[in-house]
Design a protein around this ligand. Structure first.
Ligand code: GLC
Length: 575
């Protein structure tokens, strides 16, 4: 291999920054779709055509080394319209069910490979300690052991027993290490507050809280790991030779390859790109996610090797790690997408699995007088809240678009649709986005009110540092929905759609029953299943729930509103 061919293998480019011919000309070894990076027509067929085009181009290079194509399929194949979208990791953490996680990993790999893709930047095995972080929902839990168990199970589902199987993908535990332990206000990235910030803890704490999930992932067969944007005690993780090489590759024996995060190498020394590249590669980064200006990276690293600032041995080590994984994936034998699997995207079996995951993810925080489960024969139910009838809101960030967005963004079942399908034909379900229901009077002049009001409230979609939030309160509009339904219903059930615990003291007091539903994904009917007793509440809080923001960071605090592991259960008999 020439030096150019070797450095090409170390270069990961976002698909909007390179066309297939340039993949051939520059011996590029990997391409990704960033969050929402779908083809112009967002269909499984168009994904196969796009990915296949890049792969065919790679095979035209002198050595014909197959391409790795990567995406963030972090809660199902979430960039693809029609894919089964599972609850985000915070909800999966509430299930405490590694067998379920493995099944979800398996189903996700089947849908990802159906679109020709063989690399998934998941699972996030972060251990979030401060729920003000916009990536809290990408973490299973604040509890290290639970993250380790669930992360390893999901990884085994993605990679299956045989990485060369055409329906398995390369997993990428992320973001190494301590991304969930950063200090509020320590971020230097745009107006982020805690995302990409500084993890200001000693090595013993780093090893105790944040390292074990990577040990579990390596034991489960991890072959690539993504490095964190964050810093440890002031030094960028992408520059941490001790942690990347001595600890991860040496002490933990990680034999796969380390991939950078999105342009994260550039953050090492914003004023000197040459220094950033030399520092990162020498620290142990094997593949650089350089989403835009790949030519600059290739020329800079080439210059560094020619000058001797990066050794030929380091280059050979990185390329050997990458090629070993490509062989293990079976890419040389089977480089091109198999369109026969296209029907595997969004199958009923996967949607059923997603619905079961929703059921197991819900946490019942209050249930006065056994309000839940509701009778399917309840005469009159008022449902309020924008989130009650919105696939985009109930799916959260990393859905179709990087940040996600409200609206009918992909096929699925809203919570309202689930409620309407669950009740008897004699039940009258009325919906209003702001929870306003004009008084209806019965024969007499006593205005009738609903037997049950269901307020579905919470957060709107966000991803990464965009979701960094110091207040964690419900918006006034959401509180108004609760107040209106309180006024117009005998009993009030509140369903919270959020990527983390929020400050809910007053709504909790007002409600007769209160459910933390997290970000359930496309199968909103799973919520109705538990509201009407089709299945029982079993979810347990994966994060400590504070009663006040002065208690943050909340992990492990005394006197929380609800402790880690809290969750009420419903009775077996139907009502
Ligand atoms: C993002 C995220 C990372 C993701 C990568 C590619 O910035 O930090 O989790 O895998 O870029 O989309």
């Amino acid at each position: 291999m020439t030096l150019a061919e070797k450095i090409g293998q170390m270069t990961l480019v976002e698909k909007n920054s390179i066309n297939p011919e340039d993949v051939t000309a520059n011996d590029i070894g990997a391409v990704l779709s960033g969050g929402g990076g779908s083809p112009s027509k967002n269909s499984p067929e168009a994904w196969v055509e796009m990915v296949g085009g890049y792969q065919e181009a790679a095979l035209q290079s002198r050595l014909g080394i197959p391409l790795l194509y990567g995406v963030d399929a972090v809660h199902g194949h979430n960039n693809v319209k029609g894919a089964a979208i599972f609850p985000h990791n915070i909800g999966l953490g509430a299930t405490q069910n590694p067998e379920l996680l493995e099944q979800i990993g398996r189903a996700t790999a089947v849908e990802v490979t159906a679109t020709g893709i063989d690399w998934n930047y998941a699972p996030a095995v972060t251990v979030p300690q401060d729920i003000r972080w916009g990536r809290t929902y990408e973490g299973y839990s604040e509890d290290t052991e639970l993250v380790s168990v669930l992360g390893a199970a999901y990884l085994e589902g993605l990679q299956g027993g045989d990485l060369s199987d055409p329906q398995t993908v390369l997993a990428t535990p992320k973001h190494f290490v301590g991304d969930g332990g950063t200090t509020w206000g320590s971020s230097n990235t745009g107006d982020y507050q805690i995302d990409q910030g500084d993890t200001q803890i000693d090595e013993a704490t780093l090893r105790a809280v944040h390292l074990p999930p990577y040990q579990a992932a390596i034991e489960a067969g991890a072959q690539s790991i993504m490095v964190s944007f964050s810093s440890w005690n002031g030094t960028k993780m992408h520059a941490q030779q001790y942690l990347l090489t001595a600890v991860l590759k040496g002490e933990l024996g990680f034999a796969g390859f380390l991939v950078s995060d999105w342009e994260a190498v550039d953050q090492i020394n914003p004023n000197d790109y040459y220094d950033s590249v030399v520092t990162a590669i020498n620290a142990g980064i094997d593949m650089n996610m350089v989403p835009h200006n790949y030519e600059r990276f290739v020329s800079t690293l080439t210059h560094a090797v020619e000058k001797g600032d990066v050794s030929q041995e380091r280059i050979d080590d990185a390329v050997r790690r990458i090629l070993t994984v490509k062989f293990a994936l079976g890419l040389f034998e089977r480089p091109l997408p198999n369109p026969d699997h296209l029907t595997q995207v969004g199958t009923d079996a996967h949607l059923d699995l997603a619905r079961e995951a929703v059921r197991q993810s819900l946490v019942l925080l209050k249930n006065d007088d056994d309000t839940l489960p509701l009778s399917k024969e309840t005469p009159l139910i008022f449902v309020g809240g924008e989130a009650a009838d919105d696939i985009g809101i109930q799916s959260g960030g990393w859905t179709i678009e990087w940040q996600g967005k409200a609206g009918n963004i992909t096929p699925g079942t809203t919570i309202l649709e689930g409620i309407e399908a669950a009740v008897s034909e004699d039940t009258n379900v009325r919906f209003n986005r702001i929870g306003r229901f004009e008084r209806i009077t019965d024969a007499g002049d006593n205005p009738a009110i609903a037997d049950v009001g269901i307020a579905v409230v919470g957060e709107r979609p966000y991803a990464e540092g965009v979701g960094d939030n110091a207040d964690l309160i419900l918006a006034d509009g959401e509180l108004a929905v609760i107040d209106r339904l309180r006024e117009s219903s005998e009993r009030l059930v509140i369903i919270l759609i959020s990527g983390r615990p929020l400050i809910i003291n007053e709504p909790l007091e007002t409600a007769d029953a209160f459910v933390a539903a997290w970000l359930p994904g496309t199968e909103g009917a799973g919520v109705a299943d538990l509201l009407f007793g089709e299945a029982l509440f079993s979810g347990k809080l994966p994060y400590t729930w504070p009663r006040d923001i002065i208690q943050l960071p909340a992990a492990g605090i005394e006197d929380p509103l609800f402790p880690l592991g809290f969750g009420l259960e419903t009775q077996t008999e139907d009502k």
